[in-house]
Each structure stands twice: as C-alpha cells, then as structure tokens.
Design a protein around this ligand. Structure first.
Ligand code: G1P
Ligand code: ZN
Length: 543
C-alpha cells in the first residue's frame, strides 16, 4: 500500500545554498526532517507534477538513504518518472548528460563534491535544471525562502525501491527507472574524441595512471580507459567508489592526490597522470615530472581543442571564472574567439553555453568543461588531453612549454586560509572593500597598486547582475591578487587568495610558482595583515 503522508515540521534556518547547492555536515543532513525540508522547498519551487527527473550521487555516506527519501518525496509531489543511476550513483557530469538526453525537467545530485564523505564528514544536495546545469540564483533564492517557512513536507509511505537492479518499477503512480550510470555519459562524450588515435597511442606503449580517489569516476574510467581505449588493467587506481572515499579527501590537487604526484615525479613515472574528485566534475592533469595547473590546462585545451573531432571547427569562445589565471584570455585573443570572465561557480557558464557564445569553460579549482553538458567534467578533460597527446605525440611537458613560448606564462598559485572565524574573515573583506578607492598609487612590500575593485558581473545573456564576487588588486608588472570568501565551506570561513603574474620572456619560465609569486604574497600580507591578525603562520593549502 502506498499513501501520501503530510509530515509536520518546524521551519529550518540556514539552508542557504552556496555555489553548488546545499552542503552541510552529514549528521546535520541526517537530522530527521532536514533533508526533507530542503527537498520539499526544492520540489515546490520547481514544481514537478508530471515531470521526469534524474537522480544520482557520488556514493558518499547517506547517498543510498537520501535517494530513497528523494524518490518517495518526488512521488508524493506527482513526478511521473525518476531515472536513477544504478546504486543511486551518477557522476555530476553524467547526471547533467542524462537530464539533457532524457529531456528531463531537472535532477537531484547528491554530492559534496571534493569534500570528504562519512558520518562525520560532509553531504550535499543540488538541483539542476532542464539544460543540465545548476539552478540559477532566482531558483535557489526561491528554494531558500521556502526552507524558512515550510510547516510540512509530503512523502509517499512505501517500501524502499531496489536500486541495484536495472529496469523499471513503480512507486505509487511514479515510475522509477534504474539505468547504468555510465552509458548515457559515454554516448555523449565518445563522438567528441578520436578514440582510434587514442587507442593507437595506448597500443604504442603509452602509459597512464588515473586516480579515481575511491570516488564515483572509477566505473567510468574503467569502462572508457581500460575498456574502449585499451589501456592496460591497473591504469585506473582506487577505482571502487566507497562511502568515505577510502578515508581520503577526494580533491584532485597536488596536496590531496599526493600518491599520484609522487608516482608522476618518481623514477618510474608513466607518461600521463590524472585524477578526479568525489563527484567526477573536477580533474587534475600531470605529466612526467610536470604538474599542469588548472588555469594552464584550460588555456592548453582552448588552444588545442580543434585536434579533437568534436571541436574540429574551432571554438565559439572560452569563459573562465574571475580568479582563474588570465592564460585562457591570451588564447582567446590570439585566436579571435569570444572571451568572458564570470563569477566563481559553474552556474554562470550555463547561459553562455546555452547561447552558443562559448564552447569551453574552466575554473582554477580544477574544473574544465564544454558545451556537451552543463557541468564541468573531469574525465572529459582527461580524454581531451589524451586526444591532444595522441595527435601531437609530444610529452605533457613539451606541450606546456611550447604553449608558454607562444603565449607567455602566467605564474599562478592559490593560498587558502581555512576555518577562520567567520566574523573576522568578513570584517577583513569589508575593511579591504572600504579601502579599495585609496589603494591605487600606494605600494605594499615594494609593489605598487595600479587598480583595485570588487568584481561584479552583468550576465550578457539575461542581463542579471551578480555583485560582491571578490576583490581584485592589480599590481605593477602585470601581477594580480584576488581575495574572496569560499561559498562551499562547512566550517567557519575559508579565505582564498589567488596570486598571479604574467611572464612573457621564455628565458624566465622555469621558476617555481611559489618563488615567482613570493613577493606578491608578501604584498597581500602587508596590505591585509591577515597572518598577523589571525595568528596563522601561513595558508593551510597552497595549490
Ligand atoms: C569552490 C571553487 C569553485 C567551484 C566550487 C564548486 O568554490 O573555488 O571554483 O565552482 O568550489 O566546485 P568556493 O569554495 O571557492 O566558493
Ligand atoms: Zn566536484
């Protein structure tokens, strides 16, 4: 028997979605009524009567239970069909691909991305729209407003659905369709690349290591790399998704993917290394003794994408988030493409992609993607790199150095100060904002400020204005520092400081970025007194 139950609740404060939906501690999400309140607000805000929805997640702790709750609530709200990845698994780009391929009205993605998983770690929930991309601010604002005033939620009383078996079943009136999590994504990306050439590359003895970090991309990487492309077994490591990501931090950067970095810089390094994050939208690219920063990766992909069949006709344009280095700008200018600088977060790329203004997008935080879906796509970026390596038959280091010779090098690093006291961090940003007009002409630790502003973005497609997106300080010598507060942290405030400097002279391209940017870091400290006033000795993470 199934019946819709109306469960009375207290309104919940603090369910404000950030750049990627709602992220909280797992225990908070598991509090009775908490997930339900946010889901109710979402279902009401988007309206799902008669709709087809997509559902899946990165397999972290609580993924399975949350999926059952979301299915029963979708049924109670009159959804006609929910397409679920087997085992309630879907990478974020695969969910985006499925929404588009099935012309669904939208989908729930259960993930806290690269944050650790487990009972004492993080969980998250995000709703993507019919274009496959994250809900725009108008929708997330409506969801947030509802979360604060709901007094009940609707849920179907029914036994759990078996999500381990492919095929259709019913939940009340609603059809639940369990699909292979890899298939639709594979059909979406395969035509973009020259699989023949990549197969030949592997057949020639080219070696690769892909670290799935115990997260969702294991099954995808095995199917494509070791299956379709003929890479030897063992190319994919940590390929079984686990609820706590093997106790690790599924964030593909040199800090959290250290074992892969050690291998790539060791004596028996393979030709190519890559990793992706919890939900599969981020990527790390590393050659033999050669880490490629995400900002450089975007620029190299933009310059070389036409080597892949899906981009053979050239790119309409490229967009990057504001704190991402200006390397991609130079490629766009040289190749006469559109170029856009957007606020942090993938949702700002959606309108540009939908309008055909850009083909490629990327963020310094290891997100790269194209118009094939409306999310960043880690494995897609890896495949595009493989296609370029197969076409050029050069090493990663050779490709990167040639790129710098042609376009110049943008030295880049990001320094994160985590779990700062929120009031302290906000105070620091407010003080800095107030001081912006007085900065030009002043020098800090010997570096003169030329220009300083707070970034605001007018969307060129819908005209909407997004303000207060971070502080940009331009120094003499083509250097730039950006400061902004993270929108995805779950503890206190995280202050991100992004440092970069353009170096056109190839004779000076071999420096370590931390050394090349040490004077800029000192200038930011002289300007903000962050270390002095927070008592920190330095950033928690440098990437
Ligand atoms: C971080 C990244 C940002 C990315 C977001 C979601 O957000 O910096 O580029 O879009 O995660 O993956 P932040 O914590 O900086 O707000
Ligand atoms: Zn992610």
């Amino acid at each position: 028997m199934t019946a819709v139950r109306r469960v009375p609740t207290q309104p919940i404060e603090g369910q404000k979605p950030g750049t990627s939906g709602l992220r909280k501690k797992t225990r908070v999400f598991m509090t009775p009524g908490y997930l339900e309140n946010y889901a109710e607000a979402t279902l009401q805000a988007v309206g799902v009567k008669g709709a087809t929805l997509i559902l899946g997640g990165d397999g972290r702790f609580f993924n399975d239970k949350a999926a059952q709750i979301l299915l029963k609530m979708a049924a109670a709200h009159g959804a006609a069909r929910v397409v679920v990845g087997r085992g309630a698994l879907l990478s974020t780009p695969a969910a985006s691909a499925l929404i588009r391929a099935r012309r669904a009205q939208g989908g729930f993605i259960m993930s806290a991305s690269h944050n650790p998983g487990g009972l004492d770690a993080d969980f998250g929930l995000k709703f993507n729209m019919a274009n496959g991309g994250p809900a725009p601010e108008s929708v997330t604002d409506a969801i947030f407003a509802l979360t604060k005033k709901l007094s009940e939620y609707l849920i179907l009383e029914a036994p759990d659905v078996d999500l381990a078996r492919l095929g259709e079943s019913r939940l009340g009136e609603m059809v639940v369709e369990v699909v292979d999590p890899v298939e639709c994504w594979r059909e979406t990306v395969a035509p973009l690349f020259d699989f023949e050439a990549i197969r030949a590359l592997f057949a020639s003895g080219f070696q690769m290591r892909f670290d799935a970090m115990h997260a969702v991309t294991g099954p995808y990487a095995k199917a494509i790399l070791e299956g379709d492309l003929g890479a030897p077994a063992g190319t994919v490591i940590n390929g079984e998704p686990s609820p706590d990501f093997g106790g690790g931090h599924p964030d593909p950067n040199p800090v959290w993917a250290k074992p892969l970095m050690d291998e790539m810089y060791g004596p028996a390094a393979p030709d190519f290394g890559a990793a992706s994050d919890g939900d599969g939208d981020r990527n790390m690219i590393v050659g033999r003794s050669c880490y490629v920063s995400p900002s450089d990766s975007l620029a190299v992909l933009a310059a070389n994408a036409p080597l892949a069949p899906g981009y053979a006709e050239g790119l309409a344009g490229v967009a990057r988030s504001m704190p991402t280095s200006r390397a991609a700008d130079r490629v766009a200018a040289a190749r006469g493409m559109n170029f856009f600088e957007t606020p942090t977060g993938w949702k700002f790329f959606g309108n540009l992609l939908d309008a055909g203004k850009v083909t490629l997008c990327g963020e310094e935080s290891a997100g790269t993607g194209s118009d094939h879906v409306r999310e960043k796509d880690g494995l897609w970026a890896v495949l595009l790199w493989l296609n370029i390596l197969a076409a050029r038959r050069q090493s990663v280091a050779e490709i990167l150095q040639a790129h710098w010779r042609e376009f110049g090098r943008d030295y880049y690093t990001r320094h994160d100060y985590e779990a700062l006291d929120s009031a302290f961090a906000e105070g620091l940003m407010n003080d800095l904002c107030a001081a912006l007009p007085s900065l030009p002409g002043k020098s800090f630790a010997g570096l003169a400020v030329e220009k300083a502003d707070e970034f605001a973005y007018r969307d060129p497609v819908d005209g909407s204005l997004t303000e207060r997106q971070g502080i940009r300080i331009y120094f003499a010598g083509d250097a730039r520092a950006v400061l902004r507060l993270s929108g995805t942290g779950t503890e206190g405030a995280t202050l991100r400081i992004y440092l970069e400097r353009f170096e056109p002279d190839p004779a000076r391209h071999a420096q370590d970025p931390q050394e090349a940017l040490a004077d800029l870091a000192a200038a930011v400290e002289a300007l903000t007194h962050l270390r002095a006033s927070s008592g920190r000795e330095g950033p928690d993470v440098r990437t």
